[in-house]
Design a protein around this ligand. Structure first.
Ligand code: GUN
Ligand code: ZN
Length: 435
């Protein structure tokens, strides 16, 4: 067993709903006890530490902040290498770079090498779980899951399905997409901490037959997460309207095939109409806000507060969307989420931001019994953050007059340098990485 001392922060509810004061537990001198199974045995104020834990080996992080590891609710494993590719807009960028790069993942050895680098990068940024796209190739998902399994990470991912408007080397069919997904579900879902996500890429690259088959998968495995893209870019929306002329709108296409439900994650959702938002709200489906990607590809400004409106609140998760996203760092994602909220006339607070990237994402994945909190019984997946990581951050930190101020400066100024350590299932792993 092990004892960690630090400032500790863990959310218990959504600050946007219960108010800041009641949304988190913070201890200036906190303690987290990790048991031999890699679970949190106890957390709280160090002064309340039960007698039995007082003689454990200690890691003391002093004034650094320990919180649950970050959860990235949307990114692409096969795009980590083509991050920062110069393109006109979404469809141009996909065709010019993404669909070319993703074809390389037909090669298992390449995918194995990539999986190591990809997961290293998550760990470097304090991300301990994610909901990720893979490619159409079963071997790519095998490589990713094998590597995650070795590291004891809770990962959710799936083989991408796409059967039209894509190069031949990156296309399956309605039948193979369905069959391979089923085989991979049997092979991987529930192995260790891994979960399978049903993954149609988006309505642009799936035929009616493929979306029908996706609906069948969802009916056979109703408890699985489903992930796709929705309403990111105007040309994309027009292409979907053209392919599905009977649909009321983009959301209606997925709805028609039974893909809207709790545990369904729709990346972007920037340009949704009131009708679409109401339907998302009714079904419990979530939008994944991907601000660095939306900014980078010029896709538009997602209105977080509008989506969350009390009359028809839509669940919102947060993700990097690397490689459309420009940074693996969750802190960078949160910074852009704040900036975008400012540009549309609202302000996401630091409490909102850190809630979303920990307990908020965990709840939407229905994994909040396991991740996203420092409460006893949760996996000891932790990030140790240093608000004084660089000289200028230390200077700024000296002015911080409140917890919010400290967290806010951390998310605006921080990146991977502010991640002192990452713990996965009770093991400190960041400083063990090669290079
Ligand atoms: N829509 C369909 N595929 C993708 C992708 O890979 N990235 C982004 N940003 N949007 C998409
Ligand atoms: Zn994406």
């Amino acid at each position: 067993m092990h004892l960690i001392k630090a400032k500790t922060l863990s959310f218990i509810d959504d600050p946007g709903i219960v108010g800041e004061e009641r949304s988190y537990r913070f201890h200036e001198k906190g303690a987290v006890v990790i048991d031999d199974e890699g679970l949190i045995a106890w957390s709280g104020a160090a002064s309340d530490l039960p007698e039995t834990y007082r003689d454990l080996p200690v890691t003391d992080y002093g004034r650094k902040i320990v919180m649950p590891g970050f959860i990235d609710a949307h990114l692409h494993f096969p795009q980590y290498r083509m991050i920062a590719a110069f393109g006109k807009d979404l469809l141009d960028w996909l065709n010019r770079y993404t669909f070319v790069e993703e074809q390389r993942y037909a090669d298992y050895e390449f995918a194995q090498m990539a999986a190591t680098k990809f997961l290293d990068e998550l760990i470097r940024n304090g991300i301990t779980s994610c909901l990720a796209f893979s490619t159409i190739h079963p071997v790519a998902l095998d490589a990713l899951f094998e590597e995650a399994q070795k590291r004891g990470m809770a990962l959710v991912s799936g083989k991408t399905m796409m059967d039209c408007n894509a190069p031949k080397g990156l296309s399956d069919t309605a039948e193979t997409g369905y069959r391979q997904s089923k085989e991979l579900i049997d092979k991987w879902h529930g192995v260790g901490r891994l979960q399978y996500a049903i993954t149609p890429r988006f309505a642009v690259t799936s035929s009616e037959a493929q979306l029908e088959a996706t609906g069948a998968l969802k009916r056979e495995y109703p408890d699985l997460v489903l992930q796709t893209h929705l309403s990111e870019n105007h040309a994309e929306i027009a292409a979907v309207a053209n392919s599905f002329p009977w649909s009321k709108d983009y959301t209606d296409v997925y709805d028609h095939y039974g893909l809207l439900s709790e545990k369904a994650f729709f990346a972007h959702g920037i340009h949704l109409s009131e009708r679409e938002l109401a339907r998302m709200s009714e079904t419990g489906a979530a939008i994944v806000h991907c601000p660095t990607s939306n900014n980078f590809l010029g896709s538009g400004l997602f209105r977080y507060h509008h989506a969350r409106e009390a009359g028809r609140p839509v669940s919102v998760a947060v993700g990097s969307d690397v490689g459309g996203g420009t940074n693996h760092s969750t802190l960078a994602t949160l910074r852009d989420a704040y900036v975008v909220s400012q540009l549309v006339g609202h302000r996401i607070t630091a409490f909102d931001a850190f809630y979303l990237s920990t307990l908020g994402n965990a709840r939407l994945l229905h994994l909040d019994h396991e991740i996203g909190s420092l409460a006893a019984g949760h996996s000891a997946d932790l990030v140790v953050l240093d608000p004084e990581a660089t000289p200028i951050m230390a200077t700024r930190h000296a002015l911080s007059g409140s917890l919010h101020d400290e967290l806010f400066a951390l998310m605006i100024m921080g990146d991977d340098r502010a991640v002192t350590e990452t713990w996965i299932a009770g093991k400190a792993v960041k400083n063990e990485l090669a290079g």
